[in-house]
Design a protein around this ligand. Sequence first.
Ligand SMILES: *Cc1c(COP(=O)(O)O)cnc(C)c1O
Length: 347
Amino acid sequence: MCTTSGQAAVLLSLLNICNAGDSFISTTEIYGGSINLFSFTLKKLGIECIYIDKNDSDQEISKAFKPNTRAVFGETIANPALTVLDIERFARLTHQHHVPLIVDNTFATPILCKPFEYGADIIVHSTSKYMDGHAVQIGGAIVDSGNFDWTCGKFPGLTEPDESYHGISYTDTYGKKAYIVKARMQLMRDFGVYPAAHSAFLLNLGLETLAVRMKQYCENTMMVARYLEQSPYVEKVNYPGLESDENYALAKKYLKGCSGVISFIIKGGKENAMWFMNTLHLASNEVHVADIRTYVLHPASETHRQLNDEQLAAAGIDSGMVRLSVGLESVEDIISDLEQAFSSLTI
Ligand SMILES: *Cc1c(COP(=O)(O)O)cnc(C)c1O
C-alpha cells in the first residue's frame, strides 16, 4: 500500500495493530523522524515505545516484552547509524512473543535486501529516497508478507467485527491479506494519506531503474569508503561494506551491497569538518540522503544540533563527523573532489 510519505507508512504500520494502552519495541538506531513519532506523538496517543539496544543479549531483549506488546520495529540499514539489523535473530525473538517484526527497508531497498526471506512480517519504505532516486516526490509504502498469524488473541482489531466497515472480521474475510486490507479500508480511509497520482507516476519512473542504480551506488560507495579508510585526514569510517566495520558480518549475511551512505570522522574536529564541507565543489551540503547526487551533512551542527555535547556522544556523533551520501556521478570525480578538499586542511 503506497502512502504520501515514509512517515505515513511508519505511522500506519503501527496504528494498524496498536491501540491506546498498547506498547511496541523499537531498536534505538532508527531514523530521527521515527524517534520523534515514537517518543512523543504516539506517546500522546497512549501508545508506548520501549527502546532496546540491538546488541543486547536475547535475554535482555526478551525482558522488554510485556503482555501489551504488539510489534517490534527496526531498520535494515539504520539511518544515520549505518548499523545492520540481525533480521533472523529479531524475527525469532519477536515470534516467540507472538508479535510481528516490522522492518524499515528504506536504505537497503528490495534490491539489496528482502527482509521477508529472513522472517520479517511487515516492511515499510520511504520511497522519497533511492526508490524515487531524483528527489522529485515524497512517498512511502507498506508491504505485508501475509505470513503473520493474527489470530493468536492479541489483535482483536483484525479478528473481531469492525463496526466501521460492515462488521467484517478482517482475518475471517481476507485471510492472509487481513493486515494490509485493514490498513487500506480503515486507516487510509480515515487518515487520507493517499499518494497523489502525479507522485505515483514520478515514483514509478524512478522504480524502473532502481536495480541498475543500486548496483552503481554500491560500487561507487565501496570505492569512496576504501579511499576514505586510507586517507591520512580521516580518523574513522563507518560503512558496513568495509572489513574493518563492526557490522561487516551482518552486512555479508543480509545485504547484496551496502547502499550509498557513509559517515566518517575528520581529524581536527568540527572546525576541519566545516572547512572540508565548504571546500567541496561537486558534493553539496544537503539534509536529504539517498539521491542521485552526492551530498554531505555535518550531523553535530545540522540534523542533531538540538543535542548538547553529552547527548551527541550518546548518539555516537563526533563533532568531526561528516555524513556522505554518495551519488551516481563518476566515482573518480567524487574522489578527486574529496581529495582537493582534504588537501586544504591542516591536521
Ligand atoms: C527518510 C526516512 C523516513 C521518512 O520518510 P519520508 O518519506 O521523508 O517521510 C523513514 N525511514 C527512513 C529510514 C528514512 O530514511
